[in-house]
Design a protein around this ligand. Sequence first.
Ligand code: 4NP
Length: 158
Amino acid sequence: MIRVLFVCLGNICRSPMAEAVMRDLVERKGLTVHIKVDSAGTSDWHKGEAPHKGTLALLRELGISTSGMLSRPLRTADLSFDYVVCMDASNVENTRKMLRAFDHPHIFRFLDLTDHQKDVPDPWYTGDFQETYELCVEGCEALLEKIIVEHQLERAAH
Ligand code: 4NP
């Protein structure tokens, strides 16, 4: 099983959005048996809370499931994830410190996998959940492609 963890600050806006989008994509590619997806926050500010209502509303409208998703803080055991995918540069820095993993090749900034090479804008501040969603889709497509290549899942995907 290949395990992917998305990380943001509060684990209520961006990383749950990426988690839900990735899970949906993985399901549609028939790769659910190979890839498990989770998310966490570098803070515990929203521990136990459901995703932000803006994230929930957008995903519900698109028919993307958010069932069972509750905010949780990053913990040291999360270093066991194969990919720790951070929404912005400060999340990368904080994640490396919290996991004491400064040269782990699979802790990286999400949109560095795309042509955008930037932080995912935080709708907590921008209010623009649509923009964040669209970037999550691009990032998740690139991430899934990377995983398929790195784990030779070409024949499993359909
Ligand atoms: P997220 O957004 O990191 O994408 O979940 C935020 C959520 C909450 C706060 C900041 C960012 N906050 O300051 O509580």
